[in-house]
Design a protein around this ligand. Structure first.
Ligand SMILES: *Cc1c(COP(=O)(O)O)cnc(C)c1O
Length: 400
């Protein structure tokens, strides 16, 4: 098929929930993508923060091929060595104690919410506990995760959603405190809001929320689906803050391209929440995806990917700040590590900038609040940054 035929056929057969950009990527190499018609692109999007190690990574591919030759699925009724290894490595880099593997980020959030509710149920001997989540957040598209997503246009058509979720203002401790009452069992937030427009948590805000949770025996659930796995220069973004959650949700870069997520808990939570019969998943952490998680962590540790991100962040930020000062179409920059957003002037649509950058050979993303969102592969070099910045520079000139 030609690139055009693929696009036309897909528009007829797929449910139209995405307005896709007019390109069909065929393969990738390192931080570059190639379309069916052979055009090369530099990737500053990583398939929405998934392909942290870049494309066509030999040891990763070999690990998956070996696992395919052995066994890909066995269900959670049996033990599996790949899952045990993946869990051990994930526990080590996170500092959490126990893990449950899921198939997506949304499902990791679902499990996190259930865990918090069960914790409160066991403590109080009664159900009815509620959670506090943040405005402008994004936790996924399933009904539970959507119920905790504080962005109206994702929610409104699907009411009534799960009850018992109250929303507070992100980075406003008084608002969080006011939203909590004696029924609140957990506070849920992204450590760095992604879809909402790249808003990192204020260190003081996060510390105060942690202290409030400790004071009232509420659980702090951090959603690190997008900001975790090395993206902010640490394995998990909270590690930059010196604050530890009780429950954390992960996915996206966790498997670098296979569908896998996880929620992790401390021993305190594990020992008094979910029990046999409370939760499960047919595929969750099957041997194939577990082999991927295991190899991803091995490679991240061998190459010190968080250290690499930390070392290059000042350069990346400085180059982005140059764009802010030289382009009237860019108002400001926000971000942490290789998770950066440029706030685009209101009369210019950030998706239009994304489309134009794409036609200039750079893959980027948009986010809420008219933000141009950049989530490059974490293996990106200084030269790749400079190349991407010069494409952005040329692209933004068209909008100034
Ligand atoms: C992407 C994302 C999710 C949902 O993950 P899926 O794998 O798409 O279900 C949840 N939380 C955050 C912060 C995300 O960025």
């Amino acid at each position: 098929m030609t690139e055009k035929e693929v696009m036309e056929s897909a528009e007829k057969t797929l449910i139209h929930v995405y307005n896709r950009f007019p390109v069909v990527f065929d393969h990738g190499e390192g931080v570059r993508l190639y379309s069916m018609d052979g055009k090369e692109y530099l990737d500053f999007a990583s398939g929405i923060g998934v392909m942290a190690l870049g494309y066509n990574v030999e040891p990763y591919k070999d690990a998956l091929k070996d696992q395919i030759d052995r066994i890909t699925h066995i269900s959670n009724l049996f033990y599996s060595e790949p899952m045990e290894e993946a869990a051990k490595k994930l526990v080590k880099v996170s500092g959490m104690d126990r893990v449950f593997f899921t198939n997506s980020g949304a499902e990791a959030i679902e499990g996190a919410i259930k865990t918090a509710k069960k914790y409160a149920y066991k403590r109080d001997g009664a159900a009815g506990d509620e959670i506090v989540a943040m405005q402008n957040s994004f936790h996924g598209r399933t009904v539970g995760a959507l119920s905790a997503t504080g962005t109206d246009h994702y929610r409104t058509p699907f009411y009534p959603l799960m009850g018992g979720v109250h929303f507070a203002q992100y980075n406003d401790f008084d608002s969080v405190k006011a939203a909590c009452d004696d029924k609140t069992c957990a506070i849920l937030m992204e450590t760095v809001q992604g879809e909402g427009g790249i808003h990192p948590a204020d260190p003081e805000f996060l510390r105060k929320v942690r202290a409030l949770c400790d004071e009232r025996d509420m659980l702090l659930i951090l959603d690190e689906v997008q900001c975790g796995m090395g993206r902010t220069g640490a394995y998990f973004a909270w590690q930059n803050y010196g604050v530890k959650p009780d429950i954390v949700a992960s996915a996206k870069a966790l498997g670098c391209g296979v569908p896998v997520g996880a929620f992790l808990v401390t021993e305190k939570v594990a020992s008094s929440s979910l029990e046999p019969g409370d939760h499960g998943s047919t595929y969750g952490g099957n041997p194939l995806v577990s082999a991927a998680v295991s190899k991803v962590i091995d490679i991240m540790e061998e190459k010190d990917i968080p250290g690499h991100v930390k070392a290059l962040t000042p350069h990346f930020e400085a180059r982005l700040d140059e764009l802010v000062s030289s382009h009237p179409s860019v108002l400001s920059r926000r971000g942490m590590g290789f998770m950066q957003g440029l706030v685009i002037r209101e009369d210019v649509k950030s998706v239009a900038v994304v489309a134009e950058a794409l036609s200039n050979g750079l893959v980027t993303l948009s986010a809420g609040g008219n933000v141009l969102r950049l989530l490059p592969p974490l293996v990106m070099t200084k030269e790749d940054i400079d190349e991407g910045i010069s494409i952005l520079d040329a692209t933004l000139k068209e909008f100034d």
